[in-house]
Design a protein around this ligand. Structure first.
Ligand code: ADP
Length: 397
């Protein structure tokens, strides 16, 4: 069965058409600047050239229409008709406490997702627009929602309750939810497969470090703690997000800079992290280059970022009373050997010993610890789309 995987944002829409039996990508791409001037579709059939179509996309429905047209296009399409799309899998950011697993999308489910909107006001409404747009074009095709938060619903209370008045949890469901669950789940499972160990027996710390970054403690195949919280702002230092800070800083800065809460939030989300510290960039390629050229602020940003990861790995080894595997994934985790080396250098107390030559390689899946390292360290390329396709297939079969 071919499954169309959709990741819909407020002005963008990423897609992959996946043959879920062979687990092969047939075509992929994205629509950019939906609803804004200068919108375009980037479409790439497997093994073919990237094709860029610049055309106004005033709505997400128009964007989905263009994607579907590209998929069935006589010249560059990969399927004969839309009947060959067996199901659509939607990435949904926030499932609150309502969704502990993926689910077939019905009118009731759409309502339940809407009820989670105020937990993720930037993301969930856009995800819902994506669902509606697909329904318009493919009213009879089954659809599945796969939630970023679902994998973390196994966390114990002590990990998800904040030190706040308990009524806020009861009334507003203020608690830790965690994100990147699809990635943490996929990658931790791959680690067990690569090492040929039963998933249920392994204690694994997943470092998903991309522009957005989070760490997850996976004990016996279940998420038991994770660094992002009610929103993706908590935890690690990220490209532009602050991660953990003293909450009192908010009022302090609001007073000093004469800012509203919304303005301070904007700074914490968009102007902080390694971008804020370096003052120049959120991209780790630029950051590394600047450091090489002697830029002290870039170097500081890198080291603050790395130090926070080291602290979280230690915390999660403690939370699980031990750790068997540590795995790096996402843009930085998969590509930045310097970050991996610096993190691992500070984990020798856990029994981590990495092979520096192996760590310098770039492979989708590799073990970078030495054979005698007590804790195995790996790099595993994440594949959230494949995981969404698998979940979708399992539910519509
Ligand atoms: P997100 O999905 O959260 O937007 P990504 O997982 O794509 O983020 O990660 C983006 C980060 O990964 C950037 O800082 C970028 O510099 C880094 N990165 C991505 N690809 C490479 C690469 N080939 N080499 C070095 N760094 C990379």
């Amino acid at each position: 069965m071919n499954i169309l995987v959709i990741n819909c944002g407020s002005s963008s829409l990423k897609f992959q058409l996946i043959d879920s039996v062979a687990e092969e990508v047939l075509a992929k791409g994205l629509c950019e600047r939906i609803g804004i001037e200068g919108s375009r579709l980037v479409y790439q059939p497997e093994g073919g050239e990237k094709e860029i179509t610049e055309e106004p996309m005033p709505t997400h429905s128009k964007a989905v229409g263009m994607v579907l047209d590209a998929l069935i296009n006589e010249k560059t399409g990969v399927i004969g008709s839309l009947d060959e799309v067996g199901a659509v899998g939607h990435r949904i950011v926030h499932g609150g406490e309502k969704f502990a697993s993926s689910t077939v999308i019905t009118d009731e489910v759409i309502k339940a997702i809407e009820e989670c909107n105020d937990l993720a006001p930037l993301h969930n409404p856009a995800n819902l627009i994506g669902i509606e747009a697909c329904k318009e074009h493919m009213p009879n095709t089954p659809m599945v929602g796969v939630f970023d938060t679902a994998f973390h619903q196994t966390m114990p209370e002590e990990a998800y309750i904040y030190g706040l008045p308990y009524e806020y949890y009861e009334k507003y469901k203020v608690r830790r939810y965690g994100f990147h669950g699809t990635s943490h789940s996929y990658v931790s499972k791959r680690v067990a497969e690569i090492l040929n160990q039963p998933y249920e027996s392994q204690k694994t710390i997943v470092c998903h470090i991309g522009n957005g970054a989070s760490i997850c403690a996976v004990n016996g195949g279940k998420s038991v703690d994770t660094s992002m919280g009610l929103t993706p702002l908590e935890g690690l230092i990220m490209g532009t997000r602050s991660g953990d800070i003293d909450p009192a800083i908010m009022e302090f800065i609001a007073n000093k800079e004469n800012m509203s809460v919304a303005e301070v939030m904007n700074v914490l989300n968009k102007k902080s992290g390694v971008y804020g510290i370096s003052g120049t960039t959120s991209d780790f390629r630029d950051l590394m280059e600047a450091k090489e050229k002697g830029d002290k602020r870039a170097e500081l940003a890198l080291h603050v970022f790395i130090y926070r990861i080291i602290k979280y790995v230690g915390a999660y080894a403690a939370a699980m009373n031990g750790v068997d595997n540590i795995v790096f994934t996402a843009g930085i985790g998969e590509n930045n050997a310097y970050v991996r080396e610096k993190v691992c250098e500070s984990l020798t107390y856990l029994g981590v010993s990495i092979d520096k030559d192996q760590n310098e390689k770039r492979e989708d899946e590799m073990i970078i610890s030495k054979d005698d390292s007590k804790v195995k360290v790996l790099v595993v390329a994440t594949n959230e789309e494949l995981k969404i396709a698998r979940e979708t297939l399992a539910l519509v079969k």
